[in-house]
Design a protein around this ligand. Structure first.
Ligand code: CA
Length: 391
């Protein structure tokens, strides 16, 4: 089998209601989809996390090396691309582009062998995963002390046993909102907080001490991703588990995170940190360090499916009093018109649990009409083409 063609699809959808986290506002959702064709008639799909127009440029520039290659040799292709760009692309956009390519190659591999990716990776250790609701962002109008507790209670009513709150809007306000959300969801639902690296270590420790009484599942990205010393300071000062890693890349990047003892939980994004091949390696490293692995997930149904395939083979966490012992799936509940539209069968939860797709490859079928419907305009004005912020 040989790769005959590679297409990129940059998708865009305007949101009915913009929302904000500590760093930026979202007014649109974008996605960058990779499609790889073969001479066997098999097509593989992947997704790149990150600014879509920029990851598209990366993938388009890598594409000529892939034509004629055997798509089953995903490890060979990964190492070849990494080695070619090692001097310039050890982190960031290059690895995000490589991630989408690697996921598409695994999709081809699964379709070729008639098996889901997790089976080819030696699984499954689990066929369904507990999910937590990612939401609780800020809105343009209304009182967050009113709408955030209401939204959180809504997730609990849907069956979620865990929710994640955005913080990073000022220590005093964060602490008060955290209390209000905890009171709304009661004592039996896990509550995590995510600052999206809004703080330095001093402010993060101050906030952490104020919210420790509210039984916080983890404190995500308290400080900037480059500041591993800051992570260690926060971690040593608080009893709350410290999470991060959605802005880190490859086994080499996570080697520093793990050896420095910076985090209790790492959150590589399968569509950014190096794809399925690399994230399995990172997960095995994390297990060796006794660090929990809960992937960051923020994309379309392709990214959801890739993450679920990986979660089926993630090592079980070291037993701990801090539940859950199994990896937990990040299920973005914010508005995303593209997320399910590109799938012929949506990936949904039942009472806070999501099944791992069982079909060949990623286990999903793509709705090509949706790719056309959401195609981002190449003549889009400069403002629309601005790269979306990381999440
Ligand atoms: Ca996050």
């Amino acid at each position: 089998m040989k790769i005959t063609n590679l297409h990129t699809h940059v998708l865009e959808a305007a949101l009915a209601e913009p929302f904000a986290y500590s760093r930026a506002w979202y007014g649109t959702r974008m996605a960058m989809i990779v499609e790889i064709e073969t001479d066997a008639g098999i097509t593989g799909w992947g997704e790149c996390y990150g600014p879509a127009w920029m990851t598209e440029a990366v993938v388009k520039n890598i594409a000529p090396w892939l034509i004629g290659a055997d798509p089953l040799q995903s490890e060979v292709i990964w190492q070849d691309i990494y080695a070619r760009f090692r001097d310039h692309g050890q982190k960031g956009l290059l690895i995000e582009g490589l991630s989408g390519i690697d996921i598409a190659l695994w999709d081809i591999k699964g379709k070729h062998f008639g098996a889901p990716v997790h089976q080819l990776m030696g699984g499954p250790l689990r066929t369904e995963v507990q999910a937590y609701a990612t939401g609780l962002y800020r809105r343009a109008s209304g009182d967050p002390f009113r709408y955030l507790p209401e939204e959180a209670a809504g997730y609990v009513a849907e069956g979620f046993k865990a929710v994640k709150l955005k913080v990073g809007f000022g220590v005093a306000e964060d602490a008060a909102i955290t209390r209000a959300v905890r009171e709304a969801i009661g004592p039996d639902v896990a509550l995590m907080v995510d600052a999206n690296h809004a703080y330095d270590a001093v402010a993060a420790i101050k906030l952490g001490r104020m919210i420790e009484p509210f039984d916080i599942g983890w404190f995500e990205e308290p400080v900037p991703p480059e500041d591993l010393a800051g992570y260690r300071a926060v971690r040593s000062a608080l009893s709350i588990p410290i999470a991060g890693g959605e802005c880190e890349f490859t086994r080499f990047g996570f080697r520093e995170v793990l050896t420095s003892g910076a985090m209790d939980i790492i959150q590589p994004d399968t569509c950014a940190a190096g794809g399925l091949s690399e994230c399995k390696k990172i997960a095995d490293m994390a297990a060796a360090f006794g660090v929990r692995y809960n992937p960051h997930v923020w994309g379309t149904g392709i990214g959801l499916a890739a993450s679920l395939q990986l979660m089926a083979v993630l090592p079980t966490h070291t037993p701990t009093s801090l539940a859950p012992a199994h990896p937990i799936f990040e299920f973005d509940r914010t508005e995303h018109p593209i997320r399910q539209a590109i799938l012929q069968e949506p990936i949904e939860h039942t009472g806070g649990t999501v099944r791992v797709p069982q079909g060949p490859g990623l286990g999903i079928e793509i709705d090509r009409q949706a790719l056309t419907r959401f195609k981002a305009g190449s003549d889009a004005p400069a403002g629309r083409r601005r790269a979306p912020p990381s999440h």
